[in-house]
Ligand binder design. Sequence first.
Ligand SMILES: *[C@@H]1O[C@H](CO)[C@@H](O)[C@H](O)[C@H]1NC(C)=O
Ligand SMILES: *[C@@H]1O[C@H](CO)[C@@H](O)[C@H](O)[C@H]1NC(C)=O
Ligand SMILES: *[C@@H]1O[C@H](CO)[C@@H](O)[C@H](O)[C@H]1NC(C)=O
Length: 392
Amino acid sequence: MSRASPHIYIRITMNLSTINRLLKRYPTKWIAFAVFLWLILLFKYCGFFTYFFTRDYFSEFTYPLEGDIPKCVSQLRSGQNPDIKPLTTANYSFIRFNKTKCLDSSMTKKKKINLLILVKSALHHRGNRGAIRRSWGQETAIANVEIRILFLLGISASHNDHKFDDLITNEHEKYGDILQSDFVDAYFNNTIKTMQGIRWVIENCDNAEFILFSDDDMYVSIKNLLKFIRNPFYYPKEIEDSSKLNVVPKALYAGSVFLVSPVRTQFSKWYISVDEYPFSHYPPFVNAGSFVLSYEALVQLFYGSMFTKYFRFDDVFLGLIAKKMKIDPIHSDYFYNWKKAYSKIGYKDIIAVHGYDNPISLTRIWNEQDNKRNKLHFEVFNFQEYLCTKED
Ligand SMILES: *[C@@H]1O[C@H](CO)[C@@H](O)[C@H](O)[C@H]1NC(C)=O
Ligand SMILES: *[C@@H]1O[C@H](CO)[C@@H](O)[C@H](O)[C@H]1NC(C)=O
Ligand SMILES: *[C@@H]1O[C@H](CO)[C@@H](O)[C@H](O)[C@H]1NC(C)=O
């Protein structure tokens, strides 16, 4: 969910003679009353009055379902009946997928996948997918790191739209990297898209160590992302001595963290009514443009979602679950949810930037940033070593 501050332009196009005419016809008090009513309505649409009805996030926050959710999640994970009955979550079937995506090159057994990339794409963004395949989505870009990529898609809203069906079939046969589910592909179904991706990882790719979620209009430096994962609190400082590396939380949920208020202006794409969400702020959440999860965080978010009322913004939804599961999102300034102007040096440490829907500039920048590597400089690439063993 990217945001732009709402601008409201109100043009009053009444010329003086019209005003004179109106004044002669109606007494001033009626005109004043009309103006007053009009202002009230305007204020209402701009959400000024919701101020009186919102509740303070910091002192009063609760969100259904209520109760000890981490306990219920560990009960579910260990095969017991949870104290609270889980919600019936939508479970869309997978239409196009690659069963062998997370196997090793012999296609027979599972091997540790260091990074699984899940790109939330739209059906008609074929060009974006191509550019990502040619640049940061290359599975073999770094010789000593196992990378896999999948593009998450839904289906077309119109039943007789076979054009997309054929195109996607074709693309999937060629690249084997489409993960398409049986729900209508629409921007406001991104929560479904994200949750389908998460469920697929649990059912088919439990050998993934870290999972990157990204929009299909991002520039990502996988090289920098891997350095960040190894050292999320001090990135981009290089720490050579591995004993001095700070430990990575077992449930890593990181990217560009927002702590913002819901938009109450009814003109906005992001409008949320007080009935839908009554609090002054959302819980801290990682912007959906690109964020990284450890496998443990992904599993906790998946089971936590069964105890969390659906929310249509995918990043807020994950933030709500994380809050229930007591996972603290980790912020890094090197994830940009807006398009930072390009310079070779200015992009050196950048992990992700939003706004690259031009395949040519994306591949040019990716090449110039020297992203293709034989090896990362840390020879032994073993994340498990750095993961916290304690729950805290
Ligand atoms: C979703 O449906 C599949 C197939 O019907 C089933 O195997 C799986 O357990 C379901 N998952 C959840 C979370 O309900
Ligand atoms: C499935 O994914 C793997 C790993 O990316 C790839 O090697 C294989 O070719 C894909 N399978 C198909 C049928 O495309
Ligand atoms: C989201 O997907 C569901 C299931 O396919 C569909 O009924 C719904 O209309 C979609 N939502 C939007 C906003 O298109």
